[in-house]
Design a protein around this ligand. Structure first.
Ligand code: PEP
Ligand code: MG
Length: 917
């Protein structure tokens, strides 16, 4: 027997304690439709939701696949749903005596606030208005609703969905709005509510005539024509420019489509016993478990959103400076407030998450119009997640997944007060290299930063770019702003390491170094000493001194609770990149389980570096090995102390000490004055010194005489460093402390380089054991993988290494051939044109560089199945990259101390989403 296929169900009703759909059907009904069904129909809720129906997202897809037509069965299904609604309301759509009016709203799977269209009061015409006047007893209200319908319909359905280009860029809504404003002005009225019935009646007439004149079509009187027009307009708005752009940013696929919700109108603007409001089951600003919301008496929902009138607080808790003199809903309508309070409690308990709800009170009766998971900031997210977990509302895994790693940034750094930011114009935009906020007086050289800071001034260092010579000034500055450079440029790297606010690649400003000032593109001129403020999280520059809001993480119990759960869950270690004992202490405080990268060269920059830097320079310009050894012997003391102090702070946690990496020319001065000083100090003639410095010059220093190549040219440099590491370790252990150094060789591209250096390490090991009379010194020997060839040759490298650490800064630079210091010049264009989806120096390029990393991991472990593998490039603190490292089986990630908590949380997310066996 042939089976007859049941036609698809395209319309889902809700209301009267029942619903066809439920919350789990978001893909079909959209977020709004699914939640309306849940609120109306779930046996534990059954809240007073105005009845209605949802036209599914499948219809939207069908509509676009079929030249904007509808499935045949839709008409009948819609009429049936309308009849059901009419029954529940005791009213009829289009009826003259007892008319039903409806709202038509969009609702996609995930919320796209303000991106799509809405039409209210559908069903009103010259006839039904009589019924509305009779029902409400308020002709003024009825005509006001009518003029709102004409305005919205003409704008949304007739003009936008009709594809009419507004003449001279002025849309019909604006034309009609001007008529309304002109009338109010003529009568000297303050508010729309001052208009009389007759004036509104005349306005409606004028609106209709204007619509014909401007759009060449009449406003439709037939309620069903209005309804279908509105549904079509919502579907059309899915493909509107705004909506498409929003989807691109939020990565929402076009195929999802939107649903349309048709719902009985309820009116918050039917007089002083009516109101409309928005509320949250907890405070979305700080996460406190207190009901929080605002409402407007005698108003429609759109009035709250438009911000024309200051809303009143629903309760005492919700009062703020602007609303403290208004009556609360709790005071004005106590029993209705109590009812609303009960519903919000029920909703949160049911959804097990903070809800954002919309409600309307029509003539003393409460209706629930919407609920959805509420948006929140980082501070609130952490507090809500941990408090709900403690109250056993959610489990540990849910609590962890409720906070996104990037939200943690807000907890860790001071930021510009968001309230102040809204009031200020942005004078320039750059790349957000170091998050958080800062304010200070503009200075243009590192020396000035140091000098001003010494006088107790807060400064922001503004430079075209920074170099190691600027480190002192950078350290003293509150923040750094550069016009050049990318996310891993010197300025970005250093600032992030310190948790300092920093904006790089800010080409909107032009610096005039000699006159110590800069010009912003918009004409603002900032001179030395003028205050500026930076939002490093977004890359925004402001003129003047904006207030900062500070957060002390140690005092945040919710944060501590969350991180406890995180550490129990994650399956990959998190270490920090730290160069000084102070950095190491910060890293420990943030929960680092070791140091993944200790860049030895940092002892030659900044405070206290004069003596070691002098000795290093002496070593660099030495002519003979003997001279070099003398200088190295003197330097040894400093290196040993530096290493020892850091090992001591980490007390047995591994510390990966990388041997000297930068090309030597970076350490010698190049200007004559400084060279003269050096020549005097070293007792070398100027001409000789110049020749030696010149000999260090390289055309391509990033690919030049650096990393392991230095240790091969000058084995005595490696020897001195290894000796310092071993002696420091023995001395600590003798004192009863724990120490675990991991010696790491940079810029390696083959096994023989590693073997060469290993011979030195083994020789010095033997000598140190003998000298210090010990049998064993704990250490590991390993390599960085930061050259593509090293990744490809990982199987042979693993023969000589106990561990690998991926240096993804250089690996990205050498894979793409993009200079990490200069990418800022063209990256914005690449991102604009979508030639790159994101900055590959910030997030690992998984399909390219990521392939090399995978090859490195796989091949390394073919040779040594238990090879310890980590990452120490800047990517180690990027949440997406952490997930990648977890997935490919690394043992740990290492990142700037301030990013350690972010990496820990990202690692826990990775463990929950992609659990390892
Ligand atoms: C790297 O290249 O990823 C790395 C960590 O080393 P550096 O940034 O010091 O070159
Ligand atoms: Mg490197």
């Amino acid at each position: 027997m042939a089976t007859v296929k049941k036609p698809s169900k395209y319309v889902y009703s809700f209301g009267g304690g029942k619903a066809d759909g439920n919350e789990s059907m978001k893909n079909l009904l959209g977020g709004k439709g699914a939640n309306l069904a849940e609120m109306a129909g779930h046996p534990k809720l059954r809240l007073p939701v105005p009845p209605g129906f949802t036209v599914t997202t499948e219809v939207c897809t069908w509509y676009y696949a079929n030249k904007k037509a509808y499935p045949k069965v839709l008409n009948q299904q819609l009429k049936d749903a309308m009849m059901q609604m009419e029954k529940l309301m005791g009213k009829k759509f289009g009826d003259v005596k007892n008319p039903l009016l409806v709202s038509v709203r969009s609702g996609a799977r995930s919320s796209m606030p303000g991106m799509m269209e809405t039409v209210l009061n559908v069903g009103l015409n010259e006839e039904t208005i009589k019924g509305i006047i009779a029902q409400s007893g308020d002709a003024r209200f009825a005509y006001d609703a009518y003029r709102r319908l004409i305005m919205m319909y003409a704008d949304v359905v007739m003009e936008k969905a009709g594809g009419i280009e507004p003449k001279g860029g002025k849309g019909i809504r604006k034309v009609l709005d001007e008529k309304l404003e002109k009338l109010k002005h003529k009568k000297s009225y303050q508010s729309d509510t001052d208009l009389t019935v007759d004036e509104l009646k005349a306005l409606v007439k004028e609106f209709k005539a204007t619509v014909v004149k401007v759009l060449g079509k009449t406003f439709p009187e037939d309620p069903y024509e209005q309804l279908w027009g509105s549904i079509g307009a919502v579907f059309s708005s899915w493909m509107g420019k705004r909506a498409i752009e929003y989807r691109r940013i939020e990565k929402i696929p076009d195929e999802w489509g939107t649903a349309v919700n048709v719902q009985a109108m309820v009116f918050g603007n039917m007089g002083d016993d009516s109101c409309t409001g928005v509320a949250f089951t907890r405070n979305p600003g700080n996460g406190e478990d207190k009901f929080y919301g605002e409402y407007l008496v005698n108003a429609q929902g759109e009035d709250v959103v438009a911000g024309i009138r200051t809303p009143a607080p629903v309760n005492e808790y919700s009062k703020n400076a602007q609303s403290e003199h208004y009556d609360t809903l709790e005071k004005l309508m106590p029993s209705l407030y109590k009812e609303l309070y009960g519903y919000q409690q029920k909703l949160e308990k049911h959804y097990k998450d903070m809800q954002d709800i919309e409600f309307t009170i029509e003539k003393g009766k409460l209706f629930m119009l919407q609920c959805r998971v509420g948006k929140r900031n980082g501070v609130a997210a952490v507090r809500m997640a941990t408090e709900m977990y403690k109250a056993k509302q959610i489990d540990a895994n849910t609590a962890i997944l409720r906070v996104s790693p990037n939200q943690l940034v807000e907890l860790l750094l001071p930021m510009l007060d968001p309230k102040a930011e809204i009031t200020q114009p942005v004078i320039a935009k750059g790349l957000p290299a170091g998050p958080g906020g800062a304010k200070g007086r503009a200075v243009f050289t590192s020396e000035d930063a140091v000098a001003w800071a010494a006088k107790g001034e807060k400064v922001i260092l503004v430079r075209e770019e920074t170099s190691p010579e600027d480190v002192d000034g950078m350290h003293k500055a509150q923040a750094i702003l550069t016009t050049k450079g990318g996310m891993t440029s010197h300025a970005a790297l250093v600032a992030r390491g310190w948790g300092k606010c920093c904006i790089v690649g800010c080409s909107d400003i032009e610096i005039h170094v000699n006159s110590k000032m800069f010009h912003a593109k918009n004409g603002v001129v900032i001179k030395e000493g003028d205050w500026i403020s930076l939002n490093g999280t977004k890359g925004l520059v402001y003129e003047g001194s904006l207030p900062l809001v500070d957060i002390d993480i140690e005092k945040n119990q919710s944060y501590k609770d969350l991180m406890k759960l995180v550490d129990k869950t994650k399956q990959i270690g998190v270490r920090a990149n730290a160069e000084t004992p102070a950095d190491a202490a910060v890293a420990s405080k943030f929960g680092a389980e070791g140091i993944g990268l200790f860049r030895t060269e940092h002892m030659f920059y900044g405070e206290g570096s004069e003596e070691p830097l002098f000795l290093l320079r002496k070593m660099i310009v030495s002519k003979t090995e003997k001279e070099r050894r003398e200088a190295l012997n003197a330097l040894f003391v400093y290196v040993k102390k530096d290493v020892k102090d850091t090992l001591a702070v980490m007390n047995g946690h591994p510390v990966t000490i990388r041997l000297l990496d930068p090309p030597l020319h970076e350490f010698v001065p190049h200007d004559t004055e400084k060279l003269q000083e050096l020549s005097k100090e070293l007792g070398i003639r100027m001409s000789v010194l110049k020749r030696r410095v010149l000999a260090l010059h390289e055309n391509n220093p990033m690919l030049g005489h650096r990393g392991v190549r230095l240790g091969i040219s000058y084995p005595e440099i490696t020897e001195m460093q290894i000796r310092a590491i071993f002696e420091a370790t023995v001395e600590l252990i003798r004192k009863g402390k724990k120490a675990l150094p991991e010696i790491m060789i940079p810029v390696v591209c083959g096994k023989h380089e590693l073997r060469h250096q290993k011979d030195i390490v083994e020789q010095v090991y033997k000598e140190t054991c003998e000298k210090m009379k010990v049998k064993k010194i704990p250490y590991l020997y390993g390599t960085m993988i930061e050259i593509p060839r090293a990744a490809l040759k990982a199987n042979s490298l693993a023969m000589e290494a106990d561990f690998f650490s991926f240096g993804t800064n250089d690996l990205t630079q050498m894979s793409f051939g993009f200079s990490r210091d200069d990418i800022g010049g063209f990256l914005p264009k690449y991102l604009d044109l979508k030639l790159l989806p994101y900055d590959p120096f910030q997030t690992i390029d998984q399909s390219g560089v990521g392939e090399l990393i995978k090859i490195g991991v796989e091949r390394g472990r073919v040779t040594k199945p238990n090879l310890k593998i980590g990452i120490c490039g800047e990517h180690g603190g990027d949440p997406d990259s952490v997930v990648f490292c977890h997935k490919i089986g690394m043992n740990y990630v290492s990142c700037s101390p301030f990013r350690v908590p972010i990496a820990r949380l990202a690692a826990a997310h990775a463990a929950l989403e992609f659990p390892r066996k």
